[in-house]
Every structure is written in C-alpha cells, then in structure tokens.
Design a protein around this ligand. Structure first.
Ligand SMILES: [Zn+2]
Length: 62
C-alpha cells in the first residue's frame, strides 16, 4: 500500500494529500509548484503527517 504524500502549493500554501502533486492547485487554480512537505522522521509523527520544518521554511523565505 502506498501512502499518500503531503504537497504544499508554493504560491498560496494550500496543502493536498495525494500520491502525486496535482497539476493545477485546487485553491489558486494555477499550475503551481508543489513542495513535498511529508514528514519522514518520528519527530513529526512519521509519514502521514506534515513536517513542520519543511512547511515553515518556505513561509519564512518571503
Ligand atoms: Zn495554490
């Protein structure tokens, strides 16, 4: 069984849970870049959760 991954739109921050990132963002309707923000360590709860470090890093770059 393949776990869904967490994808975050780099334009609007919308997060989806799919095996592949969507071509068009459901929130901003653009062909956005999606960053994989899936957690891979037990620190953030393992796969199925969002890694807060990956998630926050993009926000702070603005
Ligand atoms: Zn978006």
């Amino acid at each position: 069984m393949t776990k869904n991954l967490k994808w975050r739109c780099e334009s609007c921050g919308y997060t989806v849970e799919e095996k592949q990132p969507p071509e068009n963002c459901p929130a901003c309707k653009q062909k956005c870049k999606f960053a994989n923000v899936t957690c891979y360590t037990p620190d953030c709860g393992g796969p199925g959760n969002i890694d807060p470090n990956l998630y926050d890093r993009k926000e702070k770059k603005k």
